[in-house]
Design a protein around this ligand. Structure first.
Ligand code: ADP
Length: 411
């Protein structure tokens, strides 16, 4: 028997036709089951995206009816058409659904297998086309749902972006205003403060006549406090200039050794007064010349030495300077002070961030020193690191860049 031409391009369709062909020829019960399985697979497994409710029930009823129908056939008959003739009453056939019925009626009435197979092919095509159509509808529906969900999300996202942008603009504006305000106020306060300091120093120098010991003591306290205030205003001014991008760094040659030695001699008396020691270690490999802004370099190292003295109660500090690499020189300030916990080490370089490892906030300050150190060193192209243990002490190391021209001169 020649196989009828299969119009569907679905491989499952071809398999089914081949199976049915064998089925009607051999009438083997295993083939009936195989048909059953393959058809179910075609209908369900390969179309898992199709919503099962309506299609599944419809197809299941179709397949089960066909299976029951074929199972009623007596085994051993030679021809598929005999299955219908021998095994089933016309009533049973009529109860089957429309397409199946058409198939079996064709078998009964015409005793022709080829028209029957044509019907099966049509049947399969109808089912497959139906599935494809339903699948397309579902896909289109899903696409439409996804499209509108995306549209909603995108418009919400656009609105949120605009809000964030406007908040960011407001914050930038507020920050700019804050920096300008701090810069103006610091400047305005530094001028009268300079006058107070100058007058107190004139009193101390006995320009307006000799002072008794109590007057000398009070004058000294005025001078000390004025210096503290001046330092605070200077830090505020520096930070606001850094934040507003107005800070200009000089680029000139200087001697790292000279700067470190000056700082050592400035802070040694302060440390001694507190009962602390300060050691200076200058590595012979320290370059004699570097390039950059010597005033700001001095400010960075001074802040670290000042903090080492401020946060140390017993022992002291060691200042060590050396060439750190072919492109950098470094200053390490190591103290035996109160130390900083690992957690707090992450914050100490933030503006206005103070930590209280001592308990009781007894050290004062405004929390700008290390922020300025960090910002200045970063602006210079260097970096700063910290290692510390609570109760044991801290080591701050700052790395300054050496410029290539200097390195060549120097080496
Ligand atoms: P300030 O000293 O004005 O509080 P800084 O920015 O200089 O501000 O320092 C930030 C914080 O880092 C300080 O509040 C202090 O807790 C901690 N700190 C800085 N240097 C040291 C140090 N050498 N030893 C222990 N703690 C330190």
């Amino acid at each position: 028997m020649t196989l009828p031409q299969v119009k569907t391009s679905e491989p499952q369709g071809e398999t089914l036709l081949a199976l049915l062909l064998e089925l009607v020829n051999l009438n083997h019960v295993n083939l009936v089951n195989q048909y059953h399985q393959t058809l179910r697979q075609t209908l369900f497994t390969n179309h898992t995206r199709v919503h099962p409710s309506s299609l599944k029930n419809l197809a299941a009823a179709e397949v089960d009816a066909l299976l029951d129908f074929l199972r009623e056939a007596k085994p051993g008959t030679e021809h598929g058409i005999h299955l219908c003739q021998v095994g089933l009453s016309k009533e049973t056939v009529l109860q089957l659904n429309q397409v199946t019925r058409r198939f079996f009626l064709a078998c009964l009435d015409n005793d022709q297998i080829l028209p029957a197979l044509d019907l099966i092919e049509t049947y399969l095509n109808e089912i497959i086309q139906g599935f494809i159509q339903q699948l397309n509808t579902i896909i289109l529906d899903e696409q439409e749902q996804i499209r509108s969900a995306l549209q909603v999300a995108v418009s919400r996202y656009v609105v949120e972006i605009k809000e964030v942008q406007s908040l960011a603009e407001q914050a930038t504006e507020a920050n700019k205003f804050k920096s300008q305000f701090i810069a103006r106020i610091s400047h305005e306060l530094r001028t009268p403060l300079g006058a107070v300091l100058g007058m107190a120093e004139m009193l101390q120098e006995n320009i307006y006549g000799p002072l008794n010991s109590q007057q000398q003591d009070i004058t000294q306290r005025i001078i000390n406090n004025a210096h503290v205030l001046k330092q605070v205003f200077t830090e505020l001014l520096d930070q606001s200039q850094i934040e507003s991008g107005k800070l200009k760094l000089r680029n000139e040659s200087f001697s790292p050794r000279q700067i470190v030695e000056d700082i050592y001699s400035n802070y040694l008396p302060i440390a001694l007064q507190k009962g602390l020691t300060v050691q200076l270690e200058m590595n012979p490999n320290l370059p004699s010349v570097a390039q950059g802004d010597p005033v700001r370099v001095q400010q960075v190292i001074s802040n670290l030495v000042m903090n080492a003295i401020k946060y140390t109660e017993t022992g002291g500090a060691v200042i060590h300077s050396q060439r750190a690499s072919s492109t950098e020189w470094s200053v390490q300030v190591k103290d035996t002070g109160i130390g900083i916990s690992d957690k707090n080490q992450a914050y100490i370089f933030d503006s206005f961030h103070q930590v209280d490892e001592s308990g009781g906030w007894k050290f004062g300050g405004v929390g700008l020193g290390l922020a300025i150190v960090h910002n200045l060193v970063t602006a210079m192209g260097g970096h700063v690191t910290v290692e510390s243990k609570i109760g044991k002490g801290s080591t701050f190391t700052v790395f300054f860049p050496l410029h290539a021209t200097q390195m060549e001169d120097d080496s």
